[in-house]
Design a binder for this molecule. Structure first.
Ligand SMILES: Nc1ncnc2c1ncn2[C@@H]1O[C@H](COP(=O)(O)OP(=O)(O)OP(=O)(O)O)[C@@H](O)[C@H]1O
Length: 255
């Protein structure tokens, strides 16, 4: 039986007396897209913060391939294979799209960047990875453009590419389609769906068409707790989920 690549065991996060995440247990299986959905304020983003190490947990346990990481700061969890796709702040707006990806690819081995013997070799590998990512992201047509000039949708795809360039095990995506038009949403959906071939994806997304179409598993959160978990069909027909979370959105108006 497959072993979870990422496991949360009774993870709790309190802010003072308020409990934002309350005893959440999750098994994220390798090579899957696992979505976390729920109403505003359910604790989805806080859960992401606890898993990636942006904020310490109050109680519980977080394991990457069986190894406890909850005591590690964020940058050490990156080394264990957890990568969060940050919004535009992670991009270098004055550099070309290709340069952004090349730097992100080189960033995985910073010590080699200072070693003259390894520099040329690592540069070649980073350039090759950047080229293959440009194709996957469907950004090859704008490879030499200055990143700050890209459309919103293109920049958001590049953010995902920056996370991919680190060759992580798990990529965290927090509302990757927010603020996008229909065409860009379709591109992002295609990209995320394809990620499961090489990565594991943990996705927060409010667009239920995307969630239902591309998720292997869905966790529904409500008031900091897990309300339901399962495959899209199970979640779509779960009475508690319909009642708690905008039933008509989940069922496409067929509630
Ligand atoms: N730093 C903080 N200090 C105090 N309370 C916080 C903090 N961060 C989040 N919260 C609270 O925790 C709860 C969960 O917030 P969170 O952002 O995780 O929800 P969410 O499910 O991601 O919501 P949304 O879909 O609106 O992004 C909210 O009530 C929020 O106000």
């Amino acid at each position: 039986m497959a072993v979870p690549i990422l496991k949360a065991v009774k993870v709790t996060k309190r802010y003072g007396k308020f409990t934002a995440v309350n005893g959440v247990t999750l098994d994220i299986m390798p090579g899957t897209v696992h979505s976390v959905i729920g109403p505003n304020g359910a604790g989805k983003t806080t859960l992401f913060h606890t898993l990636t190490g942006s904020t310490p947990i109050s109680e519980g346990s977080i394991l990457v391939e069986g190894e406890e990481v909850s005591h590690l700061p964020g940058y050490k969890r990156v080394r264990k294979g957890l990568a969060r796709s940050f919004q535009v702040t992670s991009l270098f707006p004055n550099l070309s799209v290709r340069e952004n990806l090349r730097l992100a690819a080189q960033g995985t081995r910073p010590t080699q960047a200072f070693n003259p013997w390894r520099r040329a070799e690592s540069m070649t590998a980073a350039c090759e990875l950047a080229d293959s990512l440009l194709a996957q992201l469907n950004l090859h047509g704008v490879a030499e453009r200055i990143t700050g000039e890209l459309s919103h949708g293109q920049q958001r795809r590049l953010e995902v590419g920056m996370a991919m360039a680190g060759r992580p095990k798990v990529i965290f995506l927090d509302e990757p389609t927010s603020g996008m038009g229909i065409d860009d949403i379709a591109e992002m959906k295609r990209l995320i769906h394809g990620l499961r071939d090489s990565y594991t994806v943990l996705l927060i997304e409010h667009n239920m068409d995307i969630v239902m179409d591309i998720s292997d598993s869905i966790t529904v959160m409500q008031q900091g707790q897990v309300l339901a978990e399962g495959k899209p069909d199970v979640i779509r027909s779960d009475e508690r989920v319909r009642r708690a979370y905008l039933g008509s959105m989940i069922t496409g108006g067929r509630a």
